[in-house]
Design a protein around this ligand. Structure first.
Ligand code: PGA
Length: 266
């Protein structure tokens, strides 16, 4: 950490004692959005994410649903990204993960859930991406977008160098991203080389962003994203100016941030 690096005073950062506490806090934010009915009043529009970070969040939301405290009956949901090509039945697909962790376990209407289609033929990818964007707009836009951060600073599959105004499209995955997925796929060769991902522009169109990072392996990239230069080389840094951004960290992920008055400690 460069000692001159500092955290922008307008950045809303909450540091929780543990990953479990952070996941409950994020579940609280999502539940409040659901209960609010979203800005249209016709049901909240959620942007969902996959990866290890949100797993505990979804488990908490499922618990609340099972206790009859929370209904997804009016919710619309969009997932950030999907490997391409990869069928939704593949256990490593993001579609399968979402079904396992949330969609099949709550009362969300599957017809109100969209995730990019990993089986889309190559010649239809541009059209498919445009349809995805149009659906986001036709629901009234994303009320709350949940985000993780990759160790190279990616958000969704917007790898370093991605354009700030990018929209949903096919993207090529970088080596670090594919290596991080290799164990789950049973080897690097099995990891798809491409994906379909919402762009940074699509993500920034959400009214609120909830960027979540947990664990010491995220501490370095969290510090770069929040206190380093705003640059496409660290895609998450490009979201720093979003007026609806909230960052939720556990203590381990916050470890390399400079101390700042105003960071909410829980
Ligand atoms: P993770 O992935 O939640 O599994 O760490 C985050 C990401 O790569 O966006």
């Amino acid at each position: 950490m460069n000692p001159t690096d500092s955290i922008d005073a307008s950045l809303r950062i909450t540091v929780c004692d543990s990953a479990a506490e952070a996941q409950v806090l994020v579940a609280d934010r999502i539940a409040a959005t659901i209960v609010s009915g979203g800005v249209t009043g016709h049901g909240a529009v959620l942007g969902l994410a996959t990866g290890r970070t949100p797993e505990g969040v979804y488990a908490e939301l499922v618990r609340r649903h099972e206790r009859r405290e929370l209904s997804f009956g009016e919710v619309w949901a969009f997932n950030l990204d999907e490997y391409w090509p990869l069928p939704p039945e593949h256990p490593c697909s993001f579609a399968a993960a979402m079904r396992r962790d949330l969609i099949d376990r709550v009362d969300l209407d599957p017809a109100h859930w969209w995730i990019p289609d990993g089986t889309c033929p190559e010649e239809r990818l541009v059209e498919h991406a445009a349809e995805f964007e149009a659906r986001v707009v036709s629901t009234g836009g994303l009320d709350l977008q949940l985000l993780g951060i990759g160790r190279n600073g990616h958000v969704a599959f917007n790898e370093p160098g991605s354009p700030e105004d990018g929209r949903t499209r096919r993207v090529e995955l970088q080596a670090a991203t594919r290596e991080d997925a290799a164990a789950a796929f049973g080897g690097l060769d099995a990891v798809p080389r491409s994906a379909i991902s919402m762009g940074l522009g699509t993500i920034a169109s959400a009214r609120r962003l909830l960027l979540v990072a947990l664990g010491s392996h995220k501490a370095g990239i969290v510090a770069r994203a929040l206190t380093g230069p705003v640059t496409p080389e660290v895609p998450a840094s490009l979201l720093r100016g979003h007026p609806g951004l909230e960052v939720v960290l556990d203590r381990a992920a916050a470890a390399e941030l400079p101390a700042r008055a105003g960071v909410i400690e829980r």
